[in-house]
Design a protein around this ligand. Structure first.
Ligand SMILES: C[S@@+](CC[C@H](N)C(=O)[O-])C[C@H]1O[C@@H](n2cnc3c(N)ncnc32)[C@H](O)[C@@H]1O
Length: 297
């Protein structure tokens, strides 16, 4: 199968709009590989036939969504980039718990959660800290634009290969039980995780500010204007004293995007830079936010 330049250009432009993914000119082979199962499912002989079918359908059609999902990278693992979880445990979580001791409420947003390993790793970290049983209200909103990924995440069942990636035998023993050919996460750790579809290309007005955002290993595939636009929206959704963490390969100063970088151990965490006119003594805990309109994530 060889990918025609016109077809590649069409796919590139569609996917950029749909998911932000930038298909580079040297990604022909990757595109061909990733589209193979979509071709099979649609019973199409080649990519030109797929492009013809896509052209005949509105951009809002399910086929366009499936195209973007098929081309996305869904690679993930439990406790991916372990130093991030070390810093969460040792520094970020204690700092947030101190700030939220009055409301005893913690809201976390995992913004591209793939098959669930990331939000469930956060939930296990909270469980290990005793937070799931001590009267705190903890909510982990886990979103992804891929409905297929979310279906898998909601099953919370992982095969032998997945379960061995990043998870210690102790944590597997404590939080999973064998089910069919794999391991299923226990209800206690699934409960605080709420899965929802959300495309980061869309505007996403918050229902309430969140304390912590995991936005890892998704911006890496975007161009700079897209990163900027999404970071601006993330900043609006983050508490003034909250934290943002990116993927290891995505670390950047982000200064011009309104964040200040804090090094914790070997990892970078970002906190909203106070606006110049903000009073230094203004309380930040649970500060009220103006009501917003529009669709909720
Ligand atoms: C490489 S995985 C990263 C998963 C997890 N954050 C981690 O670091 O292990 C990237 C995820 O981003 C999702 N994604 C890609 N573009 C997206 C978009 N525009 N909006 C929301 N999710 C997106 C993909 O579906 C995929 O599940």
């Amino acid at each position: 199968m060889s990918l025609l330049a016109d077809d590649f250009a069409y796919l590139r432009q569609r996917v950029l709009r749909r998911s932000g993914l930038v298909l580079e000119p040297d990604m022909h082979a990757l595109v061909e590989t990733r589209l193979m199962s979509l071709l099979r499912e649609e019973r199409l002989p080649d990519i030109s036939a797929l492009v013809a079918r896509l052209r005949s359908q509105p951009e809002s059609s399910p086929l366009h969504q499936r195209l973007a999902e098929a081309l996305a990278n869904h690679e993930t693992a439990f406790f991916r980039d372990a130093p991030v979880f070390d810093a969460l445990r040792s520094t970020v979580l204690p700092a947030l718990l101190a700030k939220r001791s009055r409301t005893r409420t913690l809201r976390i947003w995992c913004a591209a959660c793939a098959y669930g390993q990331e939000p469930y790793s956060i939930a296990m970290t909270l469980a290990e800290a005793g937070l799931l049983i001590t009267g705190w209200t903890v909510r982990i909103l886990a979103t992804d634009f891929s409905t297929r990924a979310l279906v898998r995440a909601s099953e919370a069942r992982y095969d032998a290969q997945e379960i061995h990636r990043g998870l210690t035998p102790e944590l597997r023993q404590r939080y999973f039980h064998p089910e069919r050919d794999g391991w299923r996460l226990n209800e206690q750790v699934r409960r605080p995780v709420e899965l929802r579809p959300l495309n980061l290309m869309d505007d996403f007005p918050p229902e309430a500010p969140v304390d912590l955002v995991f936005l890892r290993n998704v911006m890496i595939y975007w161009d700079v204007p897209t990163r900027r636009a999404v970071l601006a929206r993330v900043r609006r959704m983050l508490h003034a004293d909250g934290y943002l963490v990116l993927g290891a390969a995505e670390a950047s100063p982000l200064v011009e995007d309104g964040f200040t970088r804090h090094l914790i151990g070997q990892t970078s965490w970002y906190r909203p830079t106070p606006a110049p006119h903000a009073s230094a003594s203004a309380p930040v805990e649970d500060a009220p936010r103006p009501p917003r309109s529009g669709a909720r994530p």
